[in-house]
Design a protein around this ligand. Structure first.
Ligand code: ARG
Length: 593
């Protein structure tokens, strides 16, 4: 698909490349022109420095020659050589303003559909049935959702896969316990309505009690194991109990998804049980293709270079000697399904970094099986862990896992205080609504502004601050611009319109250069699967807007009509870019807060 609006950086790159082709010998003329944004000019290229040695010439000479070649190039105002041989390149105001006008006129803000033709299968969230969804699942849920939004906006077909843990021997234990203790309340309708903990918490607690009985009472242990066999054999009473547990848990997950405003729906659930019917077939196919080896009655895959302690090869266990299947077998089924049934060209698994060896093994086995080919990309987009505010592993005071719902409640409470303080005139309903948007935005932005591979501390007070790099600051910047535009409409100041005949103030120029980067940032996010590049960009953009608004009055009565229209266009384009960018992170951009 053709690029909608070229970026200014692309133009500068093309100009330097053309100058290189004109001035330099063929063997270096097509090298990367090494153009970057710069504090000394709009852009800087240090290609002369990097090529000088190969050319056997002083870098300044090479730079001078390129400068001569660039002089007079379309859209450039000034090219200077500085220091040991940097090229400082500044654009003509009309070139910047013309490009702003192009972006302003396009509902996509000039962003190309660079991922068109790609089918991305995105495996994310994946909490476990009958267990509390904890803060660890928050990372995968939010990163996966942001990546789905970005890839979709860039034109990819995206398929969400929520690989919930809904199968395994632990269900035998839980179901047996529930059959033996029919008085144990865990269904929503049986729970105390004031008990906010809900179904999953009740199941989680029962699960732990069942585990204790399993470890302590050999009789119960045996009955639980028989229950697993019954579940696997499809025994009606057992399966229907299992179904009920799964349904109640999934409903609780859905409540969290809706509260967070993530895209996941019940239709996206392709849990472990979904793949159950294919596991034998997967094993047969892999056996036939010679990918699986026998090892003491188990079916495994060996890899020369994956070794454990004492340099012993670590195999991937696909089928245990008792005939049971594990996590690896299921993921071999997920990858085959994503390729053959979903037509995935890019498979993205957003899962904790601790599972990285598992995915390396799955990908390599899939390659040996011929499912994963060179035109398909499989990535484990690994994520780090979330720590408590003290930087230590996140635990409640009593040492338990911290419930996601409790964290969201805490963020909501803090956001309500902060928002009420900022705008004491808000009515109670409006305050509730804005505090909700602000708290969810705060949690999401804190997550998405951190590199996904790094660990970070969940610190609610810092997250909901109006200052610093927070979601609230970005939402607030959006509301400020919205209020300027409202006032402009009320006072009949007219509409925004970029005017290529005007001269730019330095703060306008900085804002224009920031606005122009939006598409390139989204491409970088899609390429590296790193939403934090977008989160960081939006902060830079908001700061550039603040700088602009401090030095460039918009509605003041002494501002000439054409300058005001141009500045209103800057306001509107910034507002639209912030709103679109926040939306791609799954963060609301309110009009008022
Ligand atoms: N349920 C797993 C967990 O909580 C994550 C599953 C990730 N997806 C996958 N295809 N393995 O650790």
């Amino acid at each position: 698909m053709a690029e909608r609006v070229r970026s200014l950086a692309d133009d500068v790159e093309a100009a330097v490349s053309a100058a290189m082709a004109g001035a330099l010998p063929a063997e270096v003329a097509s090298e990367d022109p090494l153009v970057r944004r710069s504090d000394h000019a709009d852009f800087q290229s240090n290609v002369a420095l990097s090529l000088a040695k190969r050319l056997g010439r002083p870098p300044r000479d090479v730079a001078n020659e390129l400068r001569d070649g660039l002089t007079g190039a379309d859209g450039l105002a000034r090219v200077e050589v500085s220091g040991p041989g940097f090229l400082n390149i500044s654009l003509a105001d009309a070139a910047l303003l013309g490009r702003m006008a192009d972006r302003f006129a396009d509902p996509r803000l000039g962003v190309a559909e660079s991922a068109a033709g790609e089918t991305a299968v995105i495996d994310y969230s994946a909490p476990n049935v009958a267990k509390e969804m904890h803060v660890g699942h928050l990372r995968s849920t939010l990163i996966g959702d942001a990546l789905t939004r970005v890839l979709t906006f860039l034109g990819a077909r995206t398929v969400r896969q929520n690989h919930v843990g809904d199968w395994g021997t632990q269900f035998g234990m839980l179901i047996q316990y529930l059959f033996e203790h029919p008085e144990a309340a865990w269904r929503r309708k049986d729970l105390d309505p004031d008990e906010t903990a809900g179904t999953v918490s009740a199941l989680d607690a029962l699960y732990r009690t069942a585990r204790q009985a399993f470890d302590a009472d050999p009789g119960f242990k045996e009955r639980a194991q028989r229950r697993v066999v019954a579940l696997q054999a499809g025994d009606e009473e057992t399966v229907s109990a299992w179904r009920e547990i799964v349904a109640e848990s999934e409903e609780a997950f859905q409540q969290i998804y809706e509260r967070l405003g993530v895209l996941l729906t019940p239709d996206d659930i392709k849990g472990e049980s979904f793949y159950n019917p294919w596991l034998n077939d997967v094993v047969d196919e892999l056996t036939e293709k010679g990918v699986l080896e026998d090892s003491n009655g188990a079916k495994v895959v060996f890899f020369d270079d994956i070794r454990g302690p004492e340099d012993k090869p670590v195999p991937m266990l696909v089928r245990k000697s008792d005939g049971g299947f594990g996590y690896a077998a299921t993921d071999l089924a997920t990858i085959r399904y994503s390729i053959q049934e979903l037509g995935g060209t890019r498979l993205v698994y957003i899962v904790d970094a601790r599972q990285s060896q598992h995915f390396q093994m799955v990908f390599r086995a899939a390659r040996r099986a011929g499912w994963l080919t060179d035109d398909i990309e499989a990535v484990h987009a690994a994520n780090g862990t979330i720590n408590g505010p003290d930087g230590r592993p996140f635990k409640t005071r009593s040492g338990g896992t911290v419930r996601l719902a409790d964290l969201l409640d805490e963020a909501l409470e803090r956001a309500r205080e902060v928002v009420a303080e900022k705008d004491p005139d808000l009515g109670p309903d409006e305050l509730d609504h804005i505090a909700h948007l602000a708290s969810v935005g705060a949690v999401k932005y804190a997550e998405l502004s951190t590199s996904r591979t790094k660990d970070y501390s969940f610190d609610v007070t810092r997250m909901v601050s109006f200052n610093g790099q927070t979601g609230v600051y970005l939402q607030y910047t959006h509301t400020r611009i919205a209020s300027i535009l409202r006032r402009a409409a009320e006072t009949g100041a007219g509409l925004g319109r970029f005017d290529a005949g005007l001269a730019l103030e330095p703060a306008e120029r900085a804002l224009a250069l920031a606005l122009d980067e939006f598409g390139a940032v989204l491409d970088a996010v899609a390429e590296a699967l790193e939403p934090h590049q977008l989160a960081g960009y939006l902060y830079v953009l908001a700061r550039a807007f603040t700088g602009f608004y401090e030095s460039c009055p918009v509605l003041r009565s002494d501002v000439p009509q054409d300058v005001r229209a141009n500045r209103l266009a800057f306001c509107e384009l910034t507002r639209a870019t912030l709103a679109q960018g926040l939306h791609l992170l799954g963060i609301a951009a309110p009009e008022r807060m």
